[in-house]
Write a protein that binds this ligand. Structure first.
Ligand code: GLU
Length: 505
């Protein structure tokens, strides 16, 4: 029975890399008829950010990858917030103390600083609190039981540390990276319980993964260095370790170095799935959603950032992914965050969205801007513009001329294409369309052809001028379609205004 978890710390906006981790967990769970759990790892009091947990939920919901068990949809393994499980961690830390696999340490910050200096000066191979120097420190291994009791009774702050043995090898079997071996002499006696009585990530994570019956730990590569300690902790408790799969880093679009918020800002794309306002600075970061990316795009894009289907296919729905996703096809190499690919996918999914859905959006935006917009008109606009749009709001932004008479005309087009010849055709065309009974694109075209033939010229010589008159622009969607949306009166009016403004100059 597969059980996997996404275990973010609510320390701020959920980075897009976190969404990828959640997605891979979700896909693996669905592929194997398993359970996908969201656990909130909020044991670091100093880094806790109000609203971050809700933001995580909202982000997963938006992508369509809601967890089966979470703080908000509790299952039988709750609570799903670590801050509500503190007693458990104390209990398990005590187990390790009782077995002699962990110990109390009373060293003050000054003493620890002193230790670091000494290790540095001695150029010690291991510069951390470890088997090599723990017997020189102030802890329950070096102090008498009476002294330990006295320190505790006197309220001296203490932590609980794991006792990593010397001269052993720990092996981590990672599904993505294969076997990773680590010498215990290079490891340190990590803190399990902090002086504030809270567990560290390592202890809480292992206890919870065990109690929540997690079978596979799928998480970012930045946690690979912690895996040997985790394996050692499972062994110390006498528990079977889950299987591990560490996901490759997300790299800058250029390919070198880890993707950061700074890169995203520099290159003008989001790093958070949804809008996120930093509660301390008040800085608002635009989310992928608000930027106009569709959830289908996000899922497809993130799925391919570190995983591949083993063929050239690039378009995948969430449903399809849940049928073919395999941990074995995750790559070791970092994945370049190619935003162009996301844009390309968004164009694909935008074009696959039903016209009436996009039309409702256009209608809404038009009305917000103070314009009336019948749904049929919005649908025609969508049909004309969707092929030229990357984001949903591009349709509205590029289609504003349907609602307002141009206030300016593209200068280059005006200079080159606004000819006396074109103006003559426009005048004739304008008078000929007055009687148009069925103002469809095809009819406008026929009349324009008639006008050009009558005046001995060709369509290509007058269309840029007509477009300029109607839209103010040098390029755009099908001109006949534009006239169909504008209608006869508006078309005539715009031609007249353009002649007035452009010809008298
Ligand atoms: N709380 C850790 C994080 O914020 C979880 C790491 C893990 O999945 O083990 O990413």
């Amino acid at each position: 029975m597969v059980r996997v978890r996404f275990a973010p710390s609510p320390t701020g906006g959920l980075h897009i890399g976190g969404v990828r981790t959640a997605l891979y967990n979700y896909l693996f769970a669905r592929k194997n008829n398993g359970t996908f759990i969201l656990r909130i790892e909020d044991t670091d009091q100093n880094r806790y950010v109000e609203g971050a947990e809700q933001y995580i939920m909202d982000s997963l919901n938006w992508c369509g990858i809601a967890p089966d068990e979470s703080p908000q949809t509790a299952g039988e393994f709750g609570p799903y917030r670590q801050s509500e499980r503190l007693d458990l961690y104390k209990q398990y830390a005590q187990q390790l103390l009782d077995k002699g696999l962990a110990y109390y340490a009373f060293d003050t910050p000054e003493e620890l600083e002193e230790m670091r200096k000494e290790l540095q000066e001695a150029k010690a191979a291991n510069q951390q609190y470890s088997s090599s120097n723990r017997m020189k420190m102030r802890n329950s291994l070096t102090q008498s039981p009476v002294e330990v009791d006295k320190l505790m009774a006197g309220g001296s702050p203490y932590v609980i540390r794991i006792k990593i043995p010397a001269d052993e090898t720990i092996e981590v079997n990672d599904i993505v990276r294969g076997k990773v071996s680590v010498q215990t002499n290079t490891m340190d006696d990590k803190i399990l319980m902090k002086s504030d009585g809270y567990p560290t990530y390592h202890l809480a994570n292992i206890v919870d993964d065990h109690l929540m019956k997690i079978t596979h730990v799928i998480r970012g590569e930045e946690w690979l260095p912690s895996a040997p300690l985790h394996v050692f902790l499972y062994k110390s408790f006498g528990w079977e370790a889950p299987q591990f799969a560490h996901l490759p880093l997300l790299l800058k679009p250029e390919g070198n170095g880890k993707l950061s918020k700074r890169d995203a800002d520099r290159l003008g794309f989001p790093i958070f799935p949804l809008n996120w306002t930093d509660p301390t600075t008040g800085e608002l970061s635009e989310g992928f959603k608000e930027k106009g990316y569709l959830p289908e795009t996000m899922v497809n894009f993130l799925a391919l950032l570190g995983w591949n289907p083993g063929n050239e296919k690039e378009i995948f729905s969430l449903e399809e992914l849940t049928q073919i996703f395999e941990l074995e096809r995750i790559s070791k190499a970092g994945a370049k965050f190619d935003i162009q690919k996301a844009n390309w996918l968004n164009e694909h999914y935008l074009r696959s969205t039903p016209v009436n859905v996009l039309a409702k959006d256009v209608k809404l935006r038009a009305e917000e801007a103070g314009f009336d917009c019948a749904i049929q008109k919005a649908e025609s606009i969508v049909t004309l513009l969707v092929e030229r749009s990357t984001f949903i709001q591009d349709i509205w932004n590029n289609g504003q001329f349907f609602f307002v008479i141009p206030s300016a005309y593209d200068e280059k087009t005006a200079r080159k294409k606004w000819t006396d010849e074109a103006v003559e055709v426009l005048k004739l065309f304008s008078s000929l369309i007055t009687e148009l009974s069925v103002p469809k694109a095809e009819a406008f075209k026929q009349i324009l052809e008639k006008a050009t033939t009558e005046l001995g010229t060709g369509l290509g010589r007058v269309m840029p001028a007509l477009r300029l008159a109607l839209t103010g622009q040098g390029g755009g969607p099908d001109l006949m379609g534009i006239m169909e949306v504008l209608g006869v009166d508006e078309t005539k009016k715009r031609i007249e205004i353009a002649i007035d403004r452009l010809t008298t100059k």
